[in-house]
Design a protein around this ligand. Structure first.
Ligand SMILES: [Zn+2]
Length: 314
């Protein structure tokens, strides 16, 4: 048993979560708040306050902490720098690692034995699911989070698959239909632009299935109640996602594919359709298992904490 307190933090566009995470992946004290978009204090002040509160309630050896932070969108895991004006407010930009150190220092906490890891949210969630969730028996685990976007994290024998310079590959932007809609990634018809909840909702609004303030959940409800246009849109979204994941299986040859994200829980048919598409693929491991994520909203915290703990051990 380690004496260090390990905290996992998940900074999303809407919610900020933090928890004390044990070596077994179970979470103890936890906190959750909406990201305060008008926060006027120090950089990452809301996050630092939350970590400080958790340390206060769970510290086992003063001054010895490991903190792992899962961050939505562009983040540099080497410098700990966050540059995401797309989904994070001004108070959550810049030097995250430095801000945690100086912030905890202001709270009177010694930072001498503190290690801090910052990771992309898709990677952190994939790490959590592959170590402690639906992929814990997997050798190569591909975790696909379907929601506002398509976030993909790949864990190979317990290690994150990373690009050159520790960049986060973006397989969610693999093109599956060059005649498809234009994505902010610059391509047409990538997996995200064809099958994210955002894409489904946009198509449904355009087709008049839901109004301007409709939600993806409502589109699924319309489909389940028999609306033929909604059924066709959901079907097209499923087919695009299935093709995308089949491509990921061809690239990574996983033995487990984990489906995560809000869209998964709103869409009970998704799992079986993906499974069917993946089983039709002739190469790779003999039986690719397609599963729902098990750690829910806390996967990012748990995965980030595991990465921080690992750094501590190294
Ligand atoms: Zn794209």
């Amino acid at each position: 048993m380690t004496l260090e307190t390990v905290i996992g933090v998940d900074l999303g566009g809407t919610n900020l979560r933090a928890a004390q995470v044990a070596a077994s992946g179970t979470i103890g004290h936890r906190r959750q708040e909406e990201v305060d978009r008008d926060y006027a204090g120090a950089a990452f002040g809301q996050l630092v306050d939350m970590v400080d509160t958790l340390l206060g309630s769970s510290e086992t050896r003063p001054g010895a902490y490991a903190i792992g932070v899962s961050v939505t969108g562009p983040v540099d895991p080497i410098t700990g720098w966050v540059d995401n004006p797309y989904t994070l407010p001004p108070s959550m930009q810049g030097d995250l690692v430095g801000s945690i150190r100086s912030g905890l220092d202001r709270h009177g906490r010694s930072a001498e034995e503190m290690s801090i890891v910052v990771e992309n949210d898709a990677n952190a969630a994939a790490m959590g699911e592959s170590l402690f969730g639906a992929g814990r028996d997997g050798e190569v685990v591909v975790c696909v989070a379907v929601g506002t976007g398509i976030g993909v994290g790949v864990v190979v024998r317990g290690q994150l698959y990373e690009g050159a310079g520790r960049t986060h590959p973006e397989p969610g932007h693999i093109v599956i239909d060059p005649t498809g809609p234009l994505c902010y990634c610059g391509a047409r018809g990538c997996i995200e632009s064809m099958s994210s909840a955002t894409a489904l909702l946009e198509n449904a609004r355009r087709a008049g299935v839901v109004g301007e303030h409709g939600t993806a959940r409502q589109v699924h409800e319309q489909a389940q109640s028999g609306d033929p246009t909604a059924i066709a849109l959901v079907h097209a979204s499923h087919q695009a996602l299935a093709q995308g994941i089949r491509t990921l299986v061809a690239v990574y040859a996983p033995d487990v594919v984990v489906l995560a994200g809000n869209a998964r829980s709103e869409d009970p048919a998704m799992l079986a359709i993906i499974e069917q598409a993946v089983l039709g693929y002739k190469f790779g491991p003999p039986r690719v298992k397609v599963r729902s994520a098990e750690l829910g909203n806390w996967a990012g915290c748990i995965g980030a904490a595991a990465l921080a703990r690992r750094l501590e051990v190294r």
